[in-house]
Each structure stands twice: as C-alpha cells, then as structure tokens.
Design a protein around this ligand. Structure first.
Ligand code: HEM
Ligand SMILES: [Ca+2]
Ligand SMILES: [Ca+2]
Length: 305
C-alpha cells in the first residue's frame, strides 16, 4: 500500500530536497551515492524497509550499525542526517527516515548515470532494531549461489532480483578483507580463486598484499568505478568480478544466474529496467504503514527515546 503520491500534499518537494542534498554530498565524495544505495539494501533486508539501520545504540536499542555486515563498513549516516534536517525544515514531522533512504537510493542511482524510477512512499520508521537478524540474514561475499538465492527468497526476492540488484556493484568500493581469501588461499587450497582473471588478480594482489592493511579500498567495478552502467556484468564475463559472490553469478556452471548476467551484459537498457523494478520490489519488503511505527524526528533515535 505504498504510493507514489503519498507526500503530494504534505511535502510536495521532498524528492527534489533529497536529491539536492545527495548531489551536494556527491560533489565532495563521489562514492557517497554508492554508500547510500547500500544503506537502503541493508535497511530493507532486516525487518523490512523501516529505517532500523539508522538507529544508534541507546538504553533501549542495540544498533544494527554494530552488526558484522555494517560495522566499519556501512557509511553515509551523516548525509542521511543532512537530508533529514533539510526535509524537516520544509515539512516538519512528515517524512519518515525509511522513505528518505528509498528516495536517496533513487537519486543516487540517477546522479551516477543509472536509471530513474517512481519511488513508492508511505513507509514509517521502526522503534526497534535487530543486529542479530542483520548478522544472519544479510548475504555475505562468501555465500554460495544457493545461499544467496535463499537469503533473497527469504525476503520475497527472486533470482532476477538477485542478479539485477547485485548490479549495484557497478559503483562503490570494497575493503581488501572481503577479497583476500580469493587472492591467496581460496577455500583452503593455498592458491588464488581460479575464476579470477590473471591480470586482474595481479592488480588486486598489489593493492591487497598479504599481511597488509585489510581496510584498503578496491573499486567494485574496475572499469567505471563511479558510473552506474552495465559494465559490472561484462566484468563478470571477463572474470573480473571483485567479490566471490559477484563472480559466481556468472561462473557457477548450470546456475540460473548465468543467462541473466549475459542478458544484462548485452543490453544496458534491459539491466536498467530490471534494476529499477527490483529496487521497487526490495523497497516493498514489509514496510510499516498506516499507524504502525512512527515518523522519527531524528533518524538516529526513536521518538521520546
Ligand atoms: C548479493 C549479495 C551481496 C553481497 C554478498 C554484498 C557484499 C558487499 C560487500 C562485502 C561490500 C564491501 C563492503 C566494505 O568493503 O565495507 C559491498 C559494497 C557495496 N554493496 Fe553489496 N553485496 C550484495 C548485494 C548488494 C545489493 C543488493 C546492493 C544494492 C542494491 C549492494 C550495494 C552495494 C554498494 C553500492 C556497495 C559499495 C558501497 C560503498 O562504496 O560505500 N550490494 N557489498
Ligand atoms: Ca530495516
Ligand atoms: Ca560502473
């Protein structure tokens, strides 16, 4: 029951307010658009798209920010605060933090050259967070295709959603710690992942030396690191997927994902259309609506908390 017209009378300019703050942030940090898209994903997979990821620790809240998939990894919370401030100035008490994440994700993709879509709105904010679910339900880069598909299907997303949404790795960065095993000791073999292109492997080994700084960043898309395009999928065809969970979408023989990767690599328009509809599907994961939840006045805290 989300709706594209939800704020039409109560906050008609909310989309452009969000977009302007995101654009401002992008001008000093090109990576931030990727980080904001990821925040929406990490919110929606835990209790649904309810802003739960934005809550800080408090006497009543155990923050999802300390869960493994987010700690020292999820970023952009300061930009969400700036968006919230700008939106509150125009329309006090009206727009939820959960909807701000949905709008920021769409603006971010658009500003990086990707597709646009009509964002469905009307989500309300949770009064709880669940770091345990974040630890168990979020996909990790070492998951097999089977596990990735299962984790997506657990929240109502299918294999096309999995491949399309993984295309978000067309921009943004990953720390070395998520790829080191592929570079030096893949599944205990003492050798690199055989599905890694040899030249790309050398580049990654140089950027992520054994015993080096595990927080060093790598572009998720080595070809167009800040542009939202379909290069992610042609990279997979060239054995240049950064994460194991990326490359196995193409390199797992017999997997349903292979032909989807090929179709997205062959036609950017098909990818853009699928990505947009899968973002809408993801945005529909168990939202709080009506009188459930609340509209937080500060995205980091429950009201009165
Ligand atoms: C399919 C399972 C997925 C896995 C295993 C996965 C895993 C990861 C990992 C390990 C990182 C690097 C984090 C770091 O270095 O701190 C990352 C970054 C990122 N992920 Fe995913 N991801 C998945 C799906 C998605 C989806 C569905 C989206 C969005 C629709 C997404 C968007 C991003 C973006 C944009 C970044 C870069 C963020 C930045 O630079 O701040 N990922 N992902
Ligand atoms: Ca959530
Ligand atoms: Ca790209």
């Amino acid at each position: 029951q989300l709706s594209s017209t939800f704020y039409d009378t109560s906050c008609p300019n909310v989309s452009s307010i969000v977009r302007n703050v995101v654009q401002q942030a992008q001008s000093s940090d090109p990576r931030i658009v990727a980080s904001l898209v990821r925040l929406f994903f990490h919110d929606c997979f835990v209790q649904g798209c309810d802003g739960s990821i934005l809550l800080d620790n408090s006497s009543t809240i155990q923050s999802e920010k300390d869960a493994l998939p987010n700690k020292n990894s999820a970023r952009g919370f300061d930009v969400v605060d700036n968006i919230k401030t700008a939106v509150e100035n125009a329309c006090p008490g009206v727009v939820s933090c959960a909807d701000i994440l949905a709008l920021a994700a769409e603006s971010s993709v658009d500003l990086a050259g990707g597709p646009t879509w009509t964002v469905l709105l009307g989500r309300r904010d949770s009064t709880t967070a669940n770091p345990t679910v974040a630890n168990t339900s979020m996909p990790v880069p070492f998951d097999s295709i089977t596990v990735l598909q299962q984790k997506f299907s657990n929240v109502g997303l299918n294999v096309t959603d999995l491949v399309a949404l993984s295309g978000a790795h067309t921009f943004g960065r990953s720390q070395c710690l998520f790829v080191l095993n592929r570079l030096y000791n893949f599944s205990g073999t003492g050798s690199p992942d055989p599905s890694l292109d040899a030249t790309y492997l050398k580049t990654l080994q140089q950027n992520c030396p054994q015993g080096g700084d595990t927080t060093t960043l790598n572009n998720l898309d080595p070809t167009t690191p800040d542009t939202f395009d379909n290069n992610y999928f042609s990279n997979l065809q060239n054995n240049q997927g950064l994460l194991q969970s990326d490359q196995e979408l193409f390199s797992t023989s017999g997997a349903a994902t292979v032909s989807i990767v090929n179709s997205f690599a062959g036609d950017q328009k098909t990818f853009f259309q699928s990505f947009a509809s899968s973002m809408i599907n993801m945005g529909n994961i168990s939202p709080l609506t009506g009188s459930n939840g609340e509209v937080r006045s500060n995205c980091r805290k429950v009201n009165g908390g």
